[in-house]
Design a protein around this ligand. Structure first.
Ligand code: PLP
Length: 398
């Protein structure tokens, strides 16, 4: 019997979705579990967005749409980028996708050839390396560390560039660290891309979940010379608490976006017609729910940081965006409980699940074994309970 393709043989399911599924299953069994692994807002989609979707169904807006999306949504996305970043894109430069993840996939598939190299900054979002690999490319990981604020040095990025470099993937604010990359770093990356002729994919999915009150910026708004070699990814999943609606977009040079659209036309066709109407309402409607959500996330962040810093030997950067933090647990590695040695983030996350009944994601999934990702997309009570339990479980290690 012939086997699986090379493409899928070594492909593992997304570890973040797996942890979340395990946590949900334990809860369903009645285990009193604190889930700090969520990759999505715990808020419900705002009512007016749901109403727009209901209206779309009632009006029979239930058929295929153009593959790149309905014109009014493409227009609204272009306007959003103009309003937030001051960048002018035509609606033809916008491809509406089934989530930001598909936007990344289509962009990589449209550009990356066998053996092409794609620079990825670690800690990275879990899906970047596998997406590059599925498309036949080679991820080239540039490491950084907590002491450096999880921003790599430009010289490390420059060293990773080779004649085969086709693209760099940037994510700011970052999942898993919550770090916003500095304008100096982003400008430096832009200049490297111009000098060495490679593309930039900027994943801006958390751009409006920011706690510093500053307007969002990305590599193109800082250095417009890279506009013709940059692809912007975003979507409604995080900003409008719409993860299940599967609606995102890719924005960039028309020729590249058209190429990505051809891939989409031969795979999934248009994003869900109803979700497109919902996303249109989200972008054009009042932004109060978003503002309120960011306020709540900020309070929870402050709570989680202050509780974490009470635990001896844990260090943690204060996230500037997203709803994650990435504390360093490595001082506890090498210690043991009941004969079991905690030898890294996987063992630590397992221990915290078993002993503390707290679900979190091991840093190794993001390419950084010293840390554990904790999500504050949950209530203050759960955060308090979760971090207290972690503290007690860590104190039992010897
Ligand atoms: N990019 C980053 C950094 C993410 O964290 C996520 C979701 O977890 C995505 C992209 C994809 O989001 P979606 O496909 O729901 O739009």
């Amino acid at each position: 019997k012939k086997g699986l393709s090379r493409r899928v043989r070594d492909l593992k399911p997304s570890p973040t979705l797996a942890v979340n599924a395990k946590a949900k299953a334990l809860r369903a069994k009645g285990v009193d579990l604190v889930n700090l692994s969520a990759g999505e807002p715990d808020f419900d989609t705002p009512e007016f967005i749901k109403e727009a979707a209901c209206k779309a169904i009632e009006e029979g807006f239930t058929r295929y749409t153009p593959v790149p999306g309905i014109p009014e949504l493409r227009e609204a996305i272009a306007q959003k980028i103009k309003a937030h970043y001051g960048l002018s894109y035509t609606p033809d430069s916008v491809l509406v996708t089934s989530g930001g993840k598909q936007a990344i996939f289509n962009a990589v598939a449209a550009l990356v050839e066998e053996e092409d190299e794609v620079i990825i900054l670690s800690p990275y979002w879990v899906s970047y390396p596998p997406i590059v690999e599925i498309c036949g490319g080679r991820p080239v990981v540039v490491n950084t560390s907590e002491e450096k604020g999880f921003e790599p040095s430009l010289s490390a990025v420059a060293e990773a560039v080779s004649p085969r470099t086709k693209m760099i993937i940037i994510n700011s604010p970052s999942n898993p660290t919550g770090v916003v990359l500095s304008p100096e770093f982003l400008k430096g990356v832009a200049h490297l891309a111009l000098e060495h002729d490679f593309y930039i994919l900027t994943d801006d999915i958390y751009d409006l979940i920011r706690f510093d009150g500053r307007a969002p910026f990305n590599v193109v708004s800082l250095e417009p010379k890279v506009m013709d070699r940059t692809l912007i990814v975003n979507g409604v999943s995080k900003t409008y608490a719409m993860t299940g609606w599967r609606l995102g977009w890719l924005v960039g040079p028309e020729e590249l976006v058209k190429a990505a659209s051809r891939i989409q036309s031969q795979s999934t066709s248009n994003a869900c017609s109803i979700s497109q109407k919902a996303a249109l309402a989200a972008l054009l409607g009042p932004q109060d729910s978003l503002k309120e959500m960011v306020k709540v996330f900020r309070r929870r962040r402050d709570l989680m940081v202050s509780l974490l810093l009470e635990i001896p030997e844990i260090s943690c950067l204060v996230p500037m965006g997203s709803f994650y933090m990435f504390p360093n647990f490595s001082a506890y590695y090498g210690r043991q409980a009941g004969g079991q040695v905690i030898d890294g983030s996987l063992a630590m996350a397992d221990y915290l699940l078993e002993e503390a009944r707290v679900a979190c994601v091991p840093g190794v999934a993001f390419g950084e074994d010293t840390c554990i990702r904790l999500s504050f997309a949950t209530s203050e009570e759960e955060i308090e309970k979760g971090i207290t339990r972690i503290k007690e479980a860590l104190a039992k290690l010897s």
